[in-house]
Design a protein around this ligand. Sequence first.
Ligand code: CMX
Length: 471
Amino acid sequence: MSVLSQSTRSTLVKHALKNARFQFIAQRYYSNAEKTLKERFAEIFPAKAEEIKKLKKEHGQTVIDQVKLEQAFGGMRGIKGLVWEGSVLDPEEGIRFRGRTIPEIQKQLPKAAGGDEPLPEALFWLLLTGEVPSESQVKAFSADLASRSELPKHVDDLLDNLPRDLHPMAQFSIGVTALESESKFAKAYAQGVAKKDYWNYAFEDSLDLLGKLPVIAAKIYRNVFKDGRLAAIDPNADYGSNLAGLLGFENSEFVELMRLYLTVHSDHEGGNVSAHTTHLVGSALSSPYLSLAAGLNGLAGPLHGRANQEVLEWLFKLREEVKGDYSPEVIEKYLWDTLNSGRVVPGYGHAVLRKTDPRYTAQREFALKHFPDYELFRLVSTIYQVAPDVLTKHGKTKNPWPNVDSHSGVLLQYYGLTEASFYTVLFGVARAFGVLPQLIIDRAVGAPIERPKSLSTEKFISLVKSVEGKN
Ligand code: CMX
């Protein structure tokens, strides 16, 4: 005899019907002869694992870098000690995703019908496999992600009950952490799955997670800033379109912005705090849920992803203070006031880049195309003319040029997504597109637990003495 209440039974029936509908749509797209992402990755990675094995065997003892004392005390800048397949960052040129610059990515990746911007799902495919997917492969992949979007009830309830004044990034991290209940990787590990099969479960968790992120992000946005109601996922729509719709934005230009935003914010090689943290936590065989949540906690810092919120707050104070006078002289004074008060100019500087960030340029071009006369955009453009000189004269930062966070908020403001404390959540959704492929690759090639050597200052002093004594 059934012990389920009538309402529980009808909820279960509803979910079963909904999932069946999603599965049907995903399978319809997948039913063509082309390979799915998982099939393609399964074909590719054994050769990669073999290549790494051979490289280590034949060249494992080759010295590839030297470490100076100042690097140990300076945030390990420049030390070549991490493997990251999806992207490499050149200080002068900026990021390349699997060898492709941002303009090349914009040209080469499949787009939505009638759209100009690349689909972030296609970028995920590229980062994982090194290959550009066909349009139908991306369509199937979008449907697959949409089919994985439903949140378990406990996560739904948890998000609905968080205090509204808890920062959206803290809510985001809590939501992702609570999804651990769904981890296929953690369950398989507990059942003793073989190491060679880890990647399969990391892959499934990563796609489940990617599918659920827009719902978590939108739920936080709707709960904190709107009426709490959430639109339904469209199983036939692409990821950017679904994210925009869930947030409550229908404007087709905003949908395009989401596609561009997710693409340019995805990956920035492996050493940045969010990427490195996700990879590090994953190396202990924590699930993709726990690993990404750790990375999100790092992204939430004001020197990293939260800089996009700081930029907006700084811009608004500037606007209030200068009362409509956006002349270079007035802005220059405001910049000096910021620096002289001991604060950083948010959105400027970078640990690796030494030129204008191409992610800034891509967003600037979007603004020039869609709203060249928007007041806030004009203000950001004037700051761009003035700030590099001021920062150079100030003489501290090694890079006086703007980074990605300097521009993103203004684009969101234009379309009415004005709540700056939510901005880093969008960055976090995007960052998942960059860090999850590496997590899958890590498990596929059997990457070891990460464990660099640390020393106390005392030990460093004696190390320096002994090294210098030998010279
Ligand atoms: N304004 C004022 N001072 C700055 C500065 C800026 N925008 N950028 C760097 N500096 C200062 C540093 O604080 C440091 O000062 P101290 O010697 O007193 O500590 C000095 O210049 C040297 O720093 P650096 O080697 O040029 O830069 P780091 O690699 O240490 O830091 C970053 C990089 C991004 C944290 C730094 O440039 C910064 O704080 N920028 C503002 C915040 C920001 O925009 N962060 C977002 C980066 C992109 C992202 O990750 O999302």
